[in-house]
Design a protein around this ligand. Structure first.
Ligand SMILES: [Fe+2]
Length: 200
């Protein structure tokens, strides 16, 4: 993090889920109105249009069109064109996700594998909301609580997913909004293939 104006606070959160399931959840942007109906998914915004995504080596970039809902139908395109702008939502393999919210805030999440049924989420928030120490500390605390509240909405669902370790050919029914998850699964399958080749 080059911007020295940004301080950070870190939250450590154990999940009873395999780390790839937590990552799939993080790459799933169409769940916001459902999992987060009373927090970040509340109101009139929608994300039912499939996100654009591209895989570039060990970086998966996403672009989300969170336009307002005025009764329009979701686009049916399977792979929307990649915009000529910098992605606000890059994911770096194997386990690092970032949300660049703007010049005053960024969020980074690291999904650390413990075993096939457990992982740890490290959530780091970089705010730049206040010049005065007291206000800044209070802002950090409140935004941290808000972030962990949202993460727990995800956690309560992700922990119910079976099997613990998913796969591309696991028979799951995917929709066009799952493009980033499919690209992530393909890269993970490549990693596994490469690891097997080294063993031989
Ligand atoms: Fe979520």
């Amino acid at each position: 993090m080059d911007d020295t104006r940004l301080i950070y606070c870190t939250w450590r959160d154990p999940w009873n889920a395999f780390y790839s399931r937590a990552i799939e959840n993080q790459l799933d942007v169409v769940h916001l109105p459902f999992f987060h109906y009373n927090t970040i998914g509340a109101g009139t915004r929608r994300s039912s249009t499939a996100p654009a995504a591209e895989l570039d080596g060990n970086v998966l970039r996403m672009w989300v069109d969170n336009e307002k809902d005025h009764g329009q139908k979701p686009l049916r395109s399977n792979e929307p064109p990649v915009p000529q702008t910098e992605s606000r939502l890059p994911f770096v393999f194997p386990d690092l996700w970032q949300n660049n919210l703007g010049p005053n805030a960024r969020i980074t999440a690291a999904f650390v594998c413990v075993d096939e049924e457990h992982s740890i989420l490290y959530l780091r928030f970089y705010p730049n909301f206040g010049r005065f120490p007291g206000i800044r500390q209070l802002t950090d605390l409140l935004t941290g609580v808000a972030d962990i509240t949202i993460a727990h909405q995800d956690r309560s669902v992700v922990q119910t997913r079976r099997p613990f370790v998913g796969s591309l050919n696991g028979g799951e029914r995917l929709i066009q909004g799952d493009l980033p998850i499919v690209l992530c699964g393909r890269r993970r399958a490549q990693f596994q293939k490469e690891a097997e080749a080294v063993k031989v």
